[in-house]
Ligand binder design. Structure first.
Ligand code: MN
Length: 326
């Protein structure tokens, strides 16, 4: 079977997964996108496409993924997952799923092992401490450059394509020193400063949350689509157990009354066994899904009043379920 394109997630894991696939298959036509585009059938995907770190499309050449929710989705649709070409494992990153799949019959460059190891940590937010997460390592620098607000989607894709090409050839350390990367990293730091300012005003807690376990980043007051890295909230509340971001859905540049809830566990849980499962909370509320460490849901609201009421109710329900998971 010959493959023509690699369709991959537009995050660090998507980029490293694409680098490994591209190296193994000799495919250099890359498309970067988000899960929504696949779920909404925005792209026409065929058996000549390789899809990484995204939901499984109706038709596909090879599918690689590690998101539990995406597998469950196939089971719900009664699709026989055994017959889907590619590889699914519940790993910390899609890159490690891809790497494992091709390793048996490919001699990858030595630096790929580090690439996979770093991707595992970044994609699962698996840090021992806040300091570890904040360290300016080559992988962290490159990850930050992927998160910046680009002038246009084309500019971003162009940059991600460059990164994939570099990752095939060079260790992360060399890439992090490149001028194009350093420039973007500087831009990210400036953006981050603005995000921290924004967070100061938008962090709240439920009145019943006396120990401030669940950080709420409420972005619903903004009329422009605000951009936030929600884990930055832990810089203000390092002892919190989880963070949830609530924001409106924007259609084109217009704010709608629909709400998105995106939640993830803090570093607090990385070093211990626990019963928390964010994805289950979202599924239980019938608003979305996810895995143990992170999940998201979406709720439609008719009016602004409805939206404000729903926001309160859903946050309370999530908080209650979270506290009851013991
Ligand atoms: Mn991933």
């Amino acid at each position: 079977m010959s493959y023509k394109r690699i369709i991959t997630h537009n995050d660090f894991d998507g980029v490293t997964s694409a680098a490994i696939c591209s190296q193994a298959l000799g495919v250099n036509y890359l498309i970067f996108t988000g899960p929504r585009a696949i779920l909404d059938n925005k792209l026409s995907i065929t058996q000549q496409d390789v899809v990484c770190d995204l939901p499984c499309p109706m038709e596909v050449g090879l599918w690689f993924d590690h998101h539990e929710g995406n597998l469950e989705e196939l089971v719900t649709r009664q699709i026989d997952t055994e017959n889907i070409p590619g590889n699914f494992e519940t790993r910390d990153s899609c890159a490690s799923v891809v790497y494992e799949y091709f390793s048996s019959d490919h001699d990858f460059p030595e630096h790929f092992e580090e690439l996979v190891r770093e991707t595992d940590i970044i994609d699962s937010f698996n840090y021992g401490s806040i300091d570890e997460w904040r360290q300016e390592t080559p992988a962290h620098i490159i990850d930050a450059t992927i998160r910046i607000q680009e002038e246009s989607a084309e500019r971003k894709w162009q940059y991600l394509r460059q990164l994939v090409a570099h990752m095939k050839k060079f260790p992360l350390e060399n890439i992090a020193k490149m001028p194009s990367v350093k420039k973007r990293y500087y831009q990210y730091r400036q953006e981050e400063d603005r995000m921290l300012e924004l967070l100061k005003d938008d962090i709240t807690f439920l009145p019943q949350d006396h120990s401030h376990d669940l950080i709420i980043i409420d972005l619903t007051r903004h009329n422009h689509r605000p951009r936030i890295v929600k884990n930055l909230a832990y810089l203000f509340h390092p002892e919190a157990k989880a963070v949830i971001e609530v924001k409106n859905v924007f259609e084109h540049q217009t704010k709608t009354n629909d709400l998105v809830f995106a939640m993830s566990l803090s570093l607090h849980y990385n070093q211990q066994l626990h019963a928390k499962h964010i994805g289950n909370i979202m599924r239980d509320l019938n608003i979305g899904g996810g895995h143990a460490g992170a999940g998201a849901g979406i709720v439609s609201c008719e009016t602004k009043e409805d939206m404000l009421k729903t926001k309160k109710t859903i946050l309370e329900e999530i908080y209650e379920r979270f506290q009851n998971q013991t």
